[in-house]
Design a protein around this ligand. Structure first.
Ligand SMILES: Nc1nc2c(ncn2[C@@H]2O[C@H](COP(=O)(O)OP(=O)(O)OP(=O)(O)O)[C@@H](O)[C@H]2O)c(=O)[nH]1
Ligand SMILES: [Mg+2]
Length: 656
């Protein structure tokens, strides 16, 4: 029997029928391959990685599928429409406020049961849905065989098997999108819930009633739903609905209703998954599972981590340095000489182009010649680790260690991501449950976690210096990070440690093509975004120099820079550049080291101060947005103070 409550083909007022360009929202659990599918369908690039919450805001793009124009929306992963975090709210808002014409539901064949639990809820929205069963390749490797025909019959919507990374099944997916069927809710709830749904539905006009899914969220007392109902249908309907709700709660408490609904979905998914799945006993993932286990093991995990760090250090120090030297010799030196010889008659213009702060020498050549080779090696390694699925396992390894800061392993992921880009990582702290965790994690990212480009350059400096430089710098930064982290943990008293829940992906053998592509995009982003900044940085220094401001700043900072830190005057220029962008300063410091302008002690002090020093402008902006001005400003002031004090202390200690 299909009651009105289950025949929910409407999500509310239908604005979509008249849309010329249909909207498709890609919805699914975290890490199920939504962005991968989005990229394939739109031929664009939304970041993809083997960990949860890669996508934290909505990405849209127009695409033509089967000759028809569509607007496709990539959304953050959700486990349910009952939301627990901001990214999940972002996705729910897409569903409720934008009312897509079609949902492209992206399931993970290796996690069929949880996929079905979410699907049950999505089908209740009544939006035509295509069920894309992704990660089929891995399911097959694990010996999981799914009868998708039977599954399709059970969920009344076409199931398309895909392995998005390999581009498999995409053609069928496009056909299914074109011929999509209306969605039909599949789960029946206990009588008290069904009766309440019918009563609620009576309140709304036939042609404009909310979906079954929406009413269920209302019944469970989900945050924000009443407000939405009021704005959409008016105060009167809401108050009648509230009366029904009060009546229901008299018989059954709200938590109980939630539990019943949850159980019904779980049962349905469990039975269905069981019915359509057969497992072959043969599995080739044993090794992958053991490797993942070892990488998070409290003892075995550490040597593995050290090995990875060493490989990165070695790769950046040798391969990248060699690439840079070749580029320098064959491209940049000859170009500099050629340009210089053209400008011999105009000393000012000569200096502007190829002088000490020339926009070519310090700007373009530095960015491309020094940084790009480092980034290529660095991103190849980090992209490999991301796709293998190492990072979530690393979070588990570091979990216990992080509890000294009042953080859970969940915060490790944003902090580890900080080694990619501080700004992005600070954005992902949004996934943490408490404000305190967000503040502490953002602080640690800004203080002691150098971003990819900066880290690459710093590693390259250390790789050519005596080994003790690496040891002392790392020890100093590490100790500062721990002491300041603990201090902040003590200062913010609130004790609201959240549970550590992180789904662990098993290791995957990444596709070589994929890693190359990721590295390519990241390097490309750097070139597009950072090269102009390098040029601006050079222009700024040039302007400061010819106006005499540079020497004034240097004189002003002399007590700190030369006396307290025992660094040469010139390093003030590095600090100014660090403010604009962290790696800019790091590269300039590398030039100073290469040119022999700093000695052994100054190299260490310089490295420590640059690593700890204030976040770049874009990271500061994100901190302002995510934490509010009070926290952002106090943390930045604390970071400057810590960088200078620790630098001075290190300078004092190493000279004893
Ligand atoms: N083996 C296999 N891996 C896949 C497939 N689709 C995606 N992946 C990989 O799975 C990981 C997650 O893919 P994403 O596209 O980032 O997943 P997502 O659903 O967008 O994840 P969030 O944005 O975090 O919710 C990446 O490493 C992908 O390369 C697939 O069909 N097979
Ligand atoms: Mg994504």
């Amino acid at each position: 029997m299909i009651t009105r409550g289950t025949r929910s083909h409407s999500t509310g007022p239908d604005f979509s029928g008249s849309r010329l360009v249909k909207k498709i929202a890609i919805i699914g659990m975290p890490n199920s391959g939504k962005s991968e599918i989005f990229n394939k369908l739109t031929r664009s690039y939304s970041p993809v990685a083997n960990y949860h919450q890669t996508t934290i805001s909505v990405v849209r793009k127009n695409a033509t599928l089967g000759g028809k124009p569509y607007k496709i929306i990539d959304t953050p992963g959700i486990s349910s429409l009952n939301i627990f975090s901001e990214e999940e709210l972002v996705t729910r808002n897409v569903l409720f406020r934008e009312r897509p014409d079609t949902i492209l539901f992206c399931g993970d064949a290796t996690r069929l049961k949880s996929t079905l639990v979410l699907l049950a809820q999505i089908l209740e929205l009544g939006i035509p849905t295509v069920f894309c069963l992704n990660v089929m390749d891995e399911a097959v490797r694990k010996g999981i065989i799914i009868n998708s025909k039977e599954l399709s019959g059970e969920v009344f919507s076409s199931v398309v098997e895909t392995a998005a990374v390999h581009g498999a099944g995409l053609k069928d997916l496009k056909t299914a999108i074109k011929n999509v069927n209306p969605a039909v809710a599949r789960v029946r709830y206990p009588a008290v819930v069904e009766k309440a749904l019918i009563d609620l539905l009576e309140l709304f006009p036939d042609e404009n009633h909310p979906s079954r899914g929406f009413l269920i969220l209302y019944l469970t007392g989900e945050d924000g739903i009443s407000r939405f109902m009021e704005s959409e249908y008016g105060e009167e309907i809401l108050s009648k609905a509230n009366n029904i709700l009060i009546g229901v709660h008299k018989k059954t408490s709200a938590p109980r209703i939630r539990q019943t609904i949850f159980n019904a979905r779980e049962d349905w998914a469990d039975r269905l998954a069981e019915r359509v799945t057969t497992r072959s006993t043969f599995s080739v993932t044993g090794f992958a599972q053991r490797a993942a286990w070892a990488s998070r093991h409290p003892i075995l995990g550490w040597p593995i981590l050290l090995l990875i760090l060493w490989a990165t250090f070695y790769g950046v120090g040798t391969i990248a340095t060699k690439m840079a030297a070749v580029l320098d010799k064959w491209v940049f030196l000859p170009s500099t000489e050629a340009v210089a010889s053209l400008l011999t008659h105009s000393p000012l213009f000569h200096d502007f182009m190829v002088g000490e702060y020339g926009i070519l020498t310090m700007g373009v050549f530095n960015a491309i010649g020094t940084v790009v080779p480092i980034l290529i090696v660095f991103f190849l390694i980090t992209s490999f680790l991301e796709d293998v699925g190492y990072l979530p396992n690393l979070s588990v390894l570091l979990n216990r260690f992080f509890s000294v800061f009042g953080l859970t392993g969940k915060s490790v992921l944003p902090i580890v991501l900080g080694f990619g880009c501080n700004t992005m990582a600070t954005l992902t702290t949004r996934t943490l449950d408490t404000k305190k965790e967000r503040v502490v994690a953002s602080f640690l990212i800004a203080l002691g976690v150098p971003c990819a480009v900066q880290l690459g350059v710093l590693l390259a400096i250390m790789a050519t210096a005596p080994f003790s430089v690496l040891l002392i710098t790392v020890a100093a930064v590490f100790a500062t990070q721990i002491i300041s982290g603990i201090a902040l943990h003590r200062i913010i008293r609130t004790e609201t440690k959240s549970d550590f829940i992180l789904e662990l992906p098993t290791f995957r053998i990444p596709l070589f093509r994929h890693i190359i592509k990721k590295t390519y995009y990241r390097v490309k982003w750097f070139v597009v975004e950072a090269v102009p900044l390098f040029v601006l940085g050079a222009g700024l220094m040039f302007a400061l120099k010819i106006t005499g401001l540079l020497s004034m700043i240097k004189t002003g900072l002399r007590p700190v820079v030369t006396e307290f830190l025992s660094l040469p005057d010139k390093i003030t220029e590095v600090f100014i550049l660090v403010l604009a962008r962290r790696e800019l300063g790091a590269v300039y410091f590398k030039d100073m080291v290469d040119a022999g302008q700093v000695d052994y002690y100054q190299t260490i002090t310089g490295l420590v101060v640059i690593t700890l020093f204030i976040p770049c402008i874009s990271n500061t902006m994100v901190m302002l947005k995510e934490l509010g001005s009070r926290w952002a400003i106090s943390l930045n002031i604390a970071i400057i103070a810590i960088a200078v004090i620790v630098g001075g202390l290190v300078n004092f200690l190493i000279r004893i």
